[in-house]
Design a protein around this ligand. Structure first.
Ligand SMILES: [Zn+2]
Length: 332
C-alpha cells in the first residue's frame, strides 16, 4: 500500500494537514537511494494529521524523515507547551531528583574523558541552563558559559543572571568567536536539525583544535527501536526528529566534518521505552487507553524508575541502548 494513503487514527480528525518537503539525498552520505523504514503519525502531541515516513539510506543506513515539515510550520509542530523548561513544572519531585542524578553522571562521564579541565563551555539547547550551572560549580565563570536555546523566555532570565545565552539556532548564531569554546554539548538536538553536517561544521569553528563536542541522540539500532520499528518507537518523535543515527552513522557524520571520535557510551532510553508502549496502547491493533496512561514518562514514576533501572543495567552490561552519547575531538 502507498504509505501516503495511511489513514490517521480517529483522534487526529480535526488536526490540520501541514505543508511538507521532500529530502531526496541522504543528509550523512549524500546518497540518493533509500527505502521505507517506518510510517506513523504525531502520536505524542497530535499536532497534525499528516502521515510521515522515515527512510533508510541504501549506502550508509542513515535514517531520515522524508518528507518533513517545512520550516514555516515549525510553530505548529513545536507548540508553546513543548519546550524543555516545562519539564520542571510537569514532573514530580522524585522524578526531578532522578533526572538531576542522571544528568550529573552524564556530565561527569564527559569531563573525565577530557585531557584538561575546560575553561569555557557551550550547551546547545540549554533549556533552563541546568548544565551551565553544573559547569559553573566546576569553576567556569558565567562570562565563559554559553547557551543556545530557542525558548526566548528562558534565554532572557539566563542573560539577566550573567550567562552568555542567545535565542539562536546554531546555523544563525554569529555571537560566538571562533576557537572560543573548549567543550560543547548537544543533548537531544542534532536529530531535530535539517542539515546536521552543516551544524557540526559550524560548531567545529567555535572549538580550538583539540576542543570536544559531545552529542547525545537516539540510537536507531537499539532493542526498543527494533521492537517498535514499524510505527510506534518513542525515539521517532514524529514529525520532530528529522535524522536518526546509529553509532556508525553518527561517527561518519563527525569524521566527515573535521572530528575524531574519542568515546561512545550509552545512557538510559527510559522515555523512549515508555512512549513506545504508550503509543502502541493508544493507537495499536488492540488499544487500551487506560493502561496507556501508565506509560506517560512525565506522570508515571514507578514505570519510569523501572525502565531507567533496566537500561542502566543493560548499558552496564555493554548493550547499546536507545540513547547514545558520542564525544568527538576537533582535528586541525
Ligand atoms: Zn547515506
Amino acid at each position: 500500500m502507498d504509505w501516503q494513503a495511511t489513514l490517521p487514527p480517529a483522534e487526529f480528525a480535526d488536526k490540520p494537514i501541514i505543508e511538507s518537503e521532500e529530502v531526496e539525498r541522504c543528509p550523512v552520505c549524500d546518497g540518493s537511494r533509500f527505502h521505507q523504514h517506518a510510517v506513523g503519525f504525531d502520536y505524542e502531541s497530535l499536532t497534525c494529521r499528516n502521515p510521515w515516513r522515515f527512510v533508510r539510506c541504501e549506502k550508509c543506513a542513515h535514517v531520515w524523515l522524508n518528507p518533513r515539515p517545512t520550516v514555516a510550520n515549525l510553530s505548529i509542530i513545536y507548540p508553546p507547551t513543548y519546550y524543555s523548561y516545562n519539564y520542571t513544572q510537569q514532573v514530580n519531585a522524585i522524578a526531578r531528583i532522578g533526572k538531576q542524578w542522571l544528568d550529573s553522571g552524564k556530565m561527569k562521564s564527559i569531563v573525565k574523558r577530557l585531557d584538561r579541565a575546560p575553561r569555557s563551555y557551550l550547551d546547545i539547547g540549554c533549556g533552563d541552563g541546568r548544565f551551565l550551572r553544573t559547569m559553573e560549580k566546576r569553576g567556569i565563570p558565567r562570562d565563559r558559559l554559553y547557551g543556545l536555546e530557542l525558548d526566548e523566555r528562558v534565554v532572557g532570565s539566563l542573560v539577566a543572571e550573567g550567562y552568555q545565552a542567545y535565542n539562536r539556532r546554531v546555523e544563525d548564531c554569529t555571537e560566538i568567536s571562533p576557537g572560543s569554546i573548549d567543550l560543547a554539548t548537544m543533548f537531544h538536538v542534532i536529530e531535530h536539525v535539517a542539515d546536521p553536517a552543516s551544524v557540526v561544521r559550524k560548531i567545529r569553528e567555535w572549538l580550538p583544535v583539540g576542543g570536544v563536542l559531545a552529542a547525545e541522540t537516539p540510537n536507531v539500532d537499539s532493542l526498543d527501536a527494533r521492537k517498535f520499528s514499524e510505527r510506534f518507537w518513542g525515539g521517532y518523535h514524529i514529525p520532530r526528529h528529522w535524522n536518526l543515527f546509529s553509532p556508525p552513522t553518527l561517527k561518519k557524520l563527525f569524521e566527515d566534518n573535521g572530528f575524531d571520535v574519542i568515546a561512545t557510551s550509552f545512557q538510559t532510553g527510559h522515555s523512549f521505552w515508555m512512549y513506545s508502549y504508550q503509543h502502541s496502547l493508544n493507537f495499536g491493533k488492540r488499544p487500551n487507553k487506560r493502561l496507556a496512561r501508565f506509560f506517560n514518562p512525565l506522570k508515571s514514576l514507578a514505570f519510569l524508575m523501572a525502565f531507567t533501572a533496566f537500561d542502566k543495567l543493560r548499558a552496564a552490561m555493554g548493550a547499546r541502548t536507545s540513547a547514545m552519547l558520542m564525544l568527538a575531538r576537533r582535528r586541525d
